[in-house]
Design a binder for this molecule. Sequence first.
Ligand code: DAH
Length: 342
Amino acid sequence: MSLQQFVAALDDLADDAKRAFDAAADPDTLEEARIKFLGAKKGLLKSIQKQIGSVGKENMPTAGQRLNEVKSLIEQTFQATQDRLTGDAADGADPTFDPTLPGVAPEIGHVHPITQTIDHLMEIMGRMGFEAAEGPEVEDPHHNFVALNIPEDHPARDPLDNFYLSVGDGQVSRFVEGTRLLRSQTSTVQIRVMEQRQPPIRIISLGRVYRPDAPDATHFPMFHQMEGLMVDRNVTMANLKTVLRIFATNYLGDDVEIRFRPSFFPFTEPSVEVDFLWDGNWVEFGGAGMVDPNVFKAVGYDPEQVSGFAFGLGVERLCMRRHGITDIRDLYSGDLRFLRQF
Ligand code: DAH
């Protein structure tokens, strides 16, 4: 190898090394490149160094000097790259890093509009002395139907209108012993509370219910209800009407009007459907009525001693009315552009 060839090999190596260091995007890659070029045993610089004898005795000092220069050049390039990658460019030498720029703020989420509505409803009803109660979403037919005076042949118990769960051998049937279903109404909580406590009772229960409805602008297979129950001596329909009116004016505004239409529910007698007048339209928000004596008997209360009212309102409907939401599916699409508005 001539001196010229030796020097050319060194220069090429310096170029290659710089290119490899520049391309390294993380410390591991950089370390690999360091070993490749500067490795003490098998590094490329080392293998050129081993050939220094072939330049001839008289050229050795020049070749040696050049070798040292290239070595420290490669080492410097390595060091600079390492500083860049490990953020140790303490003197601010890296022109791509501007410490005065504002950082990226972590995004903080917020409570879902339905949860906000639930909190609001609990607060309004709480001021009238209604305490929040809860019940399970997986229910047995006794609490979802039987104790609520809904007979076996009632259409509301049809598997087409309920999510019955599979039991044991995988059979899904309402007639199988021990069958369970996703509750179709929060009226179940009336039963659960009355089984546990004696009157006077004044509770609300806010939670999810499930029905196999195809989703459209006003239906969704899961939605929320607010159930209310008041049981005491001499509770009358006038109490029911007053409580619902106070609730409606608090939640929807002072000018809201309330209307009761005669209806039928197995667990109330008489039963009504509850409409609120809103922007000139009567909108149905749920059902209500005086607790049926059969329901009291099912939980061991004496219907001669106590009376009560119950109501069940759709939470999504209330939330949508108040906020001008026109499609229930928007609430459950998970689209942040929608949710961020609340
Ligand atoms: N549970 C009924 C439903 O889901 C709503 C309802 C009606 C609840 C009348 C009540 C009531 O408490 O008294 O359609």
